[in-house]
Design a protein. Structure first.
Length: 256
């Protein structure tokens, strides 16, 4: 079995790679930083005796995403698990945040997910086997003032995943797709997004372990804590305007 994981040089992506290696998956790990990827490759191959291949790819570039899929197919590698994890955020008033950074975010958080999901899903459907995990966020279920673009990208990931899941069920396909929806996680995300979470984050190691367990149970939406699960359901019953005000207060504390 082999899994392809994007954004695997740190955080949740790295720890998902380690958890899958523990489950005897060979890996294709993808990120821009080739040095970090090689370090992770060396550690995983030493500790778990699986094969690890590295791919240095800028996932914000559409053509690079397509070429990644083509390279995998040309090597006759059948991907059993695809994990779309690469992504980042930014924080601030929508009128103040940097447009170029936001467009880069949209290409990374949405376009790359869309391309890789479509291309590898087509292969999996032909084989009638496979699993796709899209890393979304609890942010995908509510308005996100002061992180408007990031929240919107995660809403896209959630809805895309849910829609594809229904199509696969109607087709009676054995291919499964899920979305991981964590709350705050202690990763490099904070530094890139220029925020500090007002509440303690979970460890990426715990989130990865929990996620792999739920992947085996083929859950559509994976919430790695009861608090996040509960907050999602609270947001379903309270007015969106109130949810927006609450999140504005929370994001403002992050910036402060």
């Amino acid at each position: 079995m082999i899994a392809l994981i994007t954004g695997a040089s740190s955080g949740i992506g790295r720890d998902l790679a380690i958890e899958l290696a523990k489950n005897n998956y060979d890996l294709i790990i993808v990120a821009r930083n080739i040095e970090k990827l090689n370090e992770i490759k060396k550690k995983i191959e030493k500790d778990y005796r699986v094969k690890v291949y590295v791919e240095s790819v800028d996932l914000s570039d559409e053509e690079s995403c397509i070429k990644l899929h083509n390279r995998v197919m040309e090597q006759h590698i059948r991907i059993d698990v695809l994990i779309n994890n690469a992504g980042f955020g930014t924080c601030g008033k929508f009128t103040d945040t940097d447009l170029d950074k936001e467009l880069l975010m949209i290409r990374t958080n949405i376009t790359a997910y869309h391309i890789l999901t479509k291309l590898f899903l087509q292969d999996m459907v032909k084989e009638n086997n496979g699993y796709i995990l899209n890393v979304a966020s609890i942010a995908g279920f509510m308005p996100g003032p002061l992180m408007a673009t990031y929240y919107s990208t995660k809403a896209y990931v959630v809805r895309l995943t849910q829609s594809i899941r229904t199509e696969l069920r109607r087709q009676k396909s054995k291919v499964k797709i899920s979305a991981l929806c964590p709350g705050p996680v202690n990763t490099n995300f904070n530094k890139v997004a220029d925020v500090k979470f007002a509440i303690p984050g979970q460890s990426s190691e715990f989130v990865a372990r929990y996620t792999v367990r739920k992947m085996k149970k083929k859950r559509t939406l994976i919430f790695p804590s009861f608090g996040v699960f509960l907050y999602r359901h609270i947001c379903k019953i309270i007015p969106e305007q109130l949810s927006g005000y609450i999140n504005y207060y929370m994001q403002n504390r992050k910036i402060s």
